[in-house]
Ligand binder design. Structure first.
Ligand SMILES: O=P(O)(O)OC[C@@]1(O)O[C@H](CO)[C@@H](O)[C@@H]1O
Ligand SMILES: [Mn+2]
Length: 439
C-alpha cells in the first residue's frame, strides 16, 4: 500500500503512489468533490424531466420504482458530500461479490474506506456501481440506461463528422493507396475520437470536435506516438488473426472504432475483430451492446447514403461473426488490469489469443497503468506491472493526471505551455507494448 496515511492533506500526489482524492491538489479530489455530485444531480434531473416517457416505456408499475431510484441517487450524492464510508453492495451478480471482497480487503489496509481516503478508481467505480444497483434492485427498471438521453444527444451532434469520416473511409477502401499512411491516419482520427467523452464534461454534450477537428493541428499534440509499431503489429503475419478492441465511449468515438475495424478487415490485417463492451451503464458514455445496435439502426435510417452503406457493411460483419461483441463483467470492477489474472483468468487467456489488443480511452489507461502517479518518463513496459497478455496498444486523450512513457523533459515542456495538459483532452498518446514474456 502507499503512504497515503502518512502524508498530510492538501498535497500533490507523491510519485509512485496510487491516485486518490486524499490529495487535495489532484484531479481525483476535484472529481469527488465537484464532478461526481454534479453527475448525480444531472442524472436525477434527466430522470425527473423524462419521467412520463420512462413510465410509458417501462409501464405504470415503474412509477413508484422510479421515485425510489431517484431517492437512492440523492442518498448516494449525500453520502459523497458527507464522505460516508462505503457500504457493501446488494445483489447476486458475480461483480457484487467481487466489489464486496475488494472492500473487505481495503478495510484491512485503510480504516473505513470512503470517497476521500480510497484509491480514486475505487471511489469512482463504486459511485457508478451504486447507481446501477438502484436500477438493478427494481422489477421494471432493470434494463434502463440512465445515460441514454446524453448518448443520443452526443450521437446527433457528431453527424457531420461521421459523414466526413465515412466518405474518407469509403474512398480509401476503394482505391489502391498507401495502406500504412491510411492506417496511421485512421488511428490518429480514432485517438481524437476519445477527446470528448460525456463524463469529463459532466454529461454536457459539446460540439468541440466539430470546431477543432483540424487533424494536423491536433496531431502535434500527440505526446508519445507509437503508430509505426502498431502498424508493424497489425501488418506482419502472426499465428493469430484476431484483433481485440476494448471499447470506450458511444457516439463519435464508437463510430471511429468501427471505421478502423472495417479498414483492418477489408485489408485483411485480421479475419476477426472482437469488441469488448461494458455490461452496465458506465462513466456516462461507455458503450453497451445495445448502443452498438442502436448506432447501426440510426446509421441505417440516415438520409446520408454513406452512413447507410457503412451500416450495412457493419451489420454484415456482425451477422457473419467477423465482428463480435464481447461482454465481461470484469471491465467494471474497481481494479487495475494487473489484477485481471486473479479475477478473471479466462478473460486474460482470451486476450492472449489476439495478435493485438487495443485499449481505448482514459479510464482504460488508468487501469492499464495501475492508477498510479508515475514519473512521466517511466517506461510503458514497467508501468504495466506485469500485464502482458498480448501485444498492447493504448489510444488515449489525457483526461486524468496519470501519464507514463514520455521522453525526458516533455512533461515539463507541455506543462509550461498548458497548465492543465493532463486533463483537458487536448493532448493524446498512442502507446504500444510488445508482448513481454517473463521467464
Ligand atoms: O475513459 P474516458 O471515457 O476516456 O474518460 C473517462 C473520464 O472522463 O472519467 C474519469 C474522470 O471522471 C477520467 O478517467 C476521464 O476523465
Ligand atoms: Mn468512457
Amino acid at each position: 500500500m502507499d503512504q497515503r496515511c502518512a502524508v498530510g492533506l492538501d498535497l500533490r500526489t507523491p510519485l509512485n503512489v496510487s491516485l486518490s482524492a486524499f490529495y487535495r491538489r489532484s484531479f481525483a479530489y476535484h472529481t469527488v468533490q465537484k464532478r461526481m455530485p454534479v453527475i448525480l444531480t444531472q442524472t436525477i434531473d434527466i430522470l425527473v424531466r423524462t419521467k412520463e416517457n420512462i413510465i410509458k416505456t417501462y409501464g405504470e408499475d415503474a412509477r413508484e420504482e422510479l421515485k425510489g431510484v431517484i431517492g437512492e441517487l440523492s442518498k448516494l450524492k449525500y453520502e459523497i458530500q458527507t464522505n460516508k464510508p462505503f457500504r457493501k453492495l446488494i445483489g447476486d451478480n458475480w461483480d457484487v461479490e467481487q466489489y464486496n471482497k475488494y472492500l473487505e480487503h481495503q478495510s484491512v489496509i485503510i480504516e473505513h474506506p470512503n470517497f476521500y481516503n480510497s484509491i480514486w478508481l475505487h471511489s469512482e467505480c463504486y459511485m457508478y456501481r451504486r447507481m446501477r444497483e438502484a436500477f438493478e434492485l427494481t422489477n421494471n427498471l432493470k434494463d434502463m440506461d440512465p445515460f441514454e438521453t446524453q448518448k443520443v444527444q452526443s450521437y446527433n451532434t457528431a453527424k457531420i463528422l461521421m459523414e466526413q469520416l465515412g466518405n474518407y473511409l469509403l474512398n480509401i477502401l476503394e482505391k489502391d493507396g498507401d495502406k500504412k499512411t491510411e492506417f496511421i491516419q485512421l488511428l490518429k482520427l480514432n485517438l481524437w475520437g476519445n477527446k470528448c467523452d460525456l463524463s469529463i464534461t459532466n454529461g454536457v454534450v459539446s460540439n468541440d470536435m466539430e470546431q477543432s477537428h483540424e487533424l494536423e493541428a491536433l496531431n502535434t499534440n500527440i505526446l508519445c506516438d507509437h503508430s509505426e509499431n502498431v502498424w508493424n503489429a497489425i501488418s506482419t503475419d502472426t499465428q493469430s488473426e484476431i484483433i481485440d478492441i476494448v471499447l470506450d465511449n458511444a457516439g463519435y468515438e464508437l463510430y471511429t472504432d468501427l471505421c478502423l475495424a472495417d479498414f483492418v478487415i477489408t485489408n485483411k490485417y485480421a479475419t476477426k475483430i472482437r469488441f469488448y463492451v461494458k455490461t452496465i451503464p458506465w462513466f456516462i458514455s461507455d458503450v453497451l451492446t445495445k448502443d452498438i445496435n442502436w448506432t447501426l439502426t440510426q446509421l441505417n435510417a440516415s438520409d446520408n447514403p454513406t452512413l447507410r452503406k457503412l451500416s450495412q457493411r457493419w451489420s454484415n460483419y456482425l451477422d457473419s461473426k467477423i465482428w463480435t461483441v464481447e461482454e465481461h463483467d470484469f471491465w467494471t470492477l474497481p481494479v487495475s488490469y494487473t489484477e485481471m489474472i486473479s479475477y478473471d483468468v479466462e478473460l486474460y487467456r482470451k486476450l492472449s489469443d489476439a495478435k493485438l489488443v487495443v485499449f481505448k480511452g482514459d479510464l482504460n489507461y488508468r487501469k492499464l497503468f495501475g492508477e498510479k502517479n508515475w514519473s512521466p518518463e517511466t517506461p510503458v513496459e514497467e508501468a504495466l506491472q506485469g500485464f502482458h497478455p498480448s501485444r498492447l496498444c493504448s489510444l488515449r486523450t489525457l483526461k486524468a493526471d496519470i501519464i507514463c512513457g514520455l521522453k525526458e523533459g516533455l512533461a515539463e515542456m507541455t506543462a509550461a505551455k498548458s497548465e492543465d495538459w493532463l486533463i483537458t483532452g487536448n493532448y493524446g498518446v498512442i502507446q504500444y507494448c510488445d508482448k513481454v514474456v517473463i521467464v
